[in-house]
Design a binder for this molecule. Structure first.
Ligand SMILES: C[S@@+](CC[C@H](N)C(=O)[O-])C[C@H]1O[C@@H](n2cnc3c(N)ncnc32)[C@H](O)[C@@H]1O
Length: 224
């Protein structure tokens, strides 16, 4: 009889596969547009200069959702390169449609767990900025372990960021903001930076939080 356990122990993930319907337009985008903007898992860490065929400042957006903010930021900063990571298929499809409409060339998408992307896909010291906007808050105590902001995640982010690179987090969930502040204060790799008003477009989940009367918090940290 096989000794392989039926359900081998798996690392806790920050997402669950949501059913969410992928529209016909998104399906077409995934089939036709993915080759232009999508990146497949590389055998070795990516050579981003080769991927973008240039050397430029680079931003990673983790969990871009529908991608509207990624498309807006990339359109507004053609001299920067952007890499977006998302696991939710309809979101990736929506983002591809946005990229096609905007006609931007400075974006690449990765449809994979950001933890693994940070750990294996991206070279050390390769990013100028990491954006994490409205990550799933996992409000129930027994789910707190699913929150993506954890010491091991921050270790991977620190490795991928250049010295002096910026980590920008936003949330509408006050207990998650506190958790972010505590986890980052305990990290030797980051120092807090106070900034003025938010310098990013509104996101879909931000609007949802605002409708619920939640306060929006933006937090900034520099890689030491
Ligand atoms: C609450 S939504 C926020 C989406 C978007 N940033 C916004 O503000 O509208 C969080 C997103 O993060 C994605 N996500 C969660 N964990 C992830 C991971 N480990 N890797 C990639 N994407 C992840 C989810 O699929 C989801 O779309």
């Amino acid at each position: 009889m096989s000794t392989i356990p039926e359900h081998p122990a798996r690392r806790v993930r920050s997402f669950v596969r949501r059913a969410g319907r992928t529209t016909a337009g998104q399906q077409r985008a995934l089939a036709q547009l993915w080759p232009k903007w999508g990146l497949e898992e590389p055998p070795d860490p990516l050579d981003l200069d080769q991927v973008f065929a240039r050397s430029a400042p680079r931003t990673l957006e983790i969990g871009f959702g529908d991608g509207d903010v990624l498309v807006a930021m990339a359109s507004a900063a053609p001299q920067h390169d952007f890499v977006g990571v998302e696991v939710h298929e309809p979101g990736v499809g929506h983002c591809l449609l946005g990229l096609e409409q905007a006609g931007v060339t400075n974006v690449r998408l990765i449809r994979h767990d950001a933890m693994e992307v940070l750990q294996h896909w991206l070279p050390a010291d390769s990013l100028d900025r990491v954006n994490l906007f409205f990550p799933d808050p996992w409000p129930k105590k027994r789910h707190h372990k699913r929150r993506i902001v954890q010491p091991v995640f921050l270790g991977f982010v620190a490795k991928a960021l250049k010295t002096g690179g910026l980590l920008h987090l936003a949330t509408d969930w006050a207990p998650y903001a506190e958790h972010m502040e505590e986890t980052l204060a305990a990290s030797a790799d980051f120092s807090r930076e106070n900034r003025g008003p938010q310098d990013r477009p509104e996101t879909k989940f931000q609007r949802r939080g605002e409708r619920l009367g939640h306060e929006i918090r933006d937090l900034y940290y520099r890689r030491k």
